[in-house]
Design a binder for this molecule. Structure first.
Ligand code: SF4
Length: 392
């Protein structure tokens, strides 16, 4: 691992980048399950926007003129930015990078930020995909999550996206909250099904350490559903989304035809991306990852001095092979055997021998180029992948 500001330009400039991610590290309040990097103090928001613009300019040569296919405003809560600030960042990209005409531009929004004028402005400045953090339509669970909205606000937000014809819409859902019943989850699914939403990300709650939920769990104040319950919900989701015309293309992601997330799919296919903002990660598509410091003040001061605070990790061949296995088990595209062999000759042969040794061959469909995990084994994708990892 290499600290500091050495040689990023040299490392990245020979590769084409697929996308740009911008991290907006502010939230109105801290959700009890969240361990992302954000601050609830937005005093530095204007200087953060300036710094993000400066970082985009500072790093423009890393792309070596290659085309940007996707831009993603994530966070944090990007919908805290006004359309003028978003427009400034988009224009900085357009002026400094080579951008495809068929660009996907996504912004993550919280339901309370979906207001009529903003939706019109988003369209005007070129944002063509919304991702709304609905999580659940159960008010008790929203309260326990410490979300800044209730179910009524979420449904109103969905109505507005329909009114303004924001067709390319994702919503995030989260299952596995304390107290959730099968009935509550089915009601959630039936309500969202009425909106013909094009893309749904459906995550199982993970209780991360350093979160309020973890503290409540440790103190015995809450209990989370067990694996048996999660399996039931996972299977219910799979059949519900299939019946409603969605393709299960990644373990937690479902899309109607032509509406898979191009930005996230590029991550999963191992394409390159540039991460701008505190805590944002970048990948050169080969063997270098870097990430910016997770501290707003230090990030801004580093950028202002022209000396960004970041770290780089050099991936070993086994790191890269294991990532291909993990991503391949989680997606419909499967494990790319050709890419495995590009990293290390005969890696695909070693993997197939390992599958046979672990008696896992029947969990996969094998084509000439891919090993694809069967639908019925997807619940165990992460465990299966880790049992196949290469070690040094
Ligand atoms: S709004 Fe999003 S990023 Fe902010 S605390 Fe909640 S889940 Fe985390």
């Amino acid at each position: 691992m290499i600290n500091g500001s050495i040689g990023l330009t040299i490392i990245f400039q020979i590769y084409n980048l697929a996308g740009i991610y911008l991290h907006i590290p502010f939230c109105r309040r801290a959700c009890h399950y969240c361990d992302f990097h954000f601050s609830t103090n937005s005093n530095t928001l204007p200087s953060m926007v300036e710094a993000l613009g400066m970082e985009l300019v500072l790093r423009r040569n890393e792309l070596n003129g290659s085309k940007i296919q996707t831009i993603y405003f994530g966070g944090g809560t990007p919908s805290l930015l006004g359309s003028k600030q978003l427009d400034f960042l988009l224009n900085t990209i357009f002026q400094n990078y080579c951008v495809e005409s068929n660009l996907e531009v996504t912004i993550e929004c919280n339901p309370e930020d979906i207001i009529n004028e903003e939706l019109q402005d988003f369209k005007k400045i070129g944002i063509n995909r919304l991702s709304i953090g609905i999580q659940t339509l159960d008010d008790k669970a929203l309260l326990l999550m410490n979300r800044n909205h209730d179910s009524k606000m979420s449904l109103l937000a969905l109505d507005k996206t329909l009114k303004y014809d924001f067709g390319n819409l994702n919503i995030d859902l989260m299952y596995g909250m304390p107290g959730e019943t099968l009935g509550i989850w089915k009601t959630n699914l039936n309500l969202v099904a009425q909106y013909n939403i094009k893309h749904i990300s459906c995550y199982n709650l993970t209780v991360e350490t350093r979160t309020a939920l973890h503290h409540f769990l440790e103190k015995g104040k809450i209990a989370i559903p067990d694996d048996k319950w999660n399996k039931q919900i996972f299977e219910l989701n799979g059949s519900f989304f299939l019946e409603n015309g969605y393709e299960h293309y990644e373990i937690s992601n479902f899309a109607k035809k032509d509406f898979i997330s191009r930005h996230n799919s590029n991550y999963w296919k191992g394409e390159k991306y540039l991460g701008i903002g505190p805590s944002a990660h970048s990948y050169d598509g080969e063997n270098h990852r870097s990430w910016n410091i997770s501290n707003n003040i230090k990030y801004i001061s580093g950028i202002e001095k022209g000396d960004p605070n970041f770290e780089i990790e050099v991936l070993t061949p086994n790191n890269r092979i294991n990532e291909l296995i993990m991503i391949g088990c989680r997606t419909k595209w499967g494990i790319d055997l050709v890419k495995l062999d590009e990293v290390e000759s005969l890696a695909s042969k070693t993997l197939i021998m390992q599958l046979e040794k672990e008696n896992l061959m029947d969990k996969f469909a094998l084509t000439d180029k891919y090993l694809i995990l069967k639908e019925e084994a997807k619940l165990f994708a992460d465990q299966i992948a880790s049992s196949l990892f290469f070690s040094d």
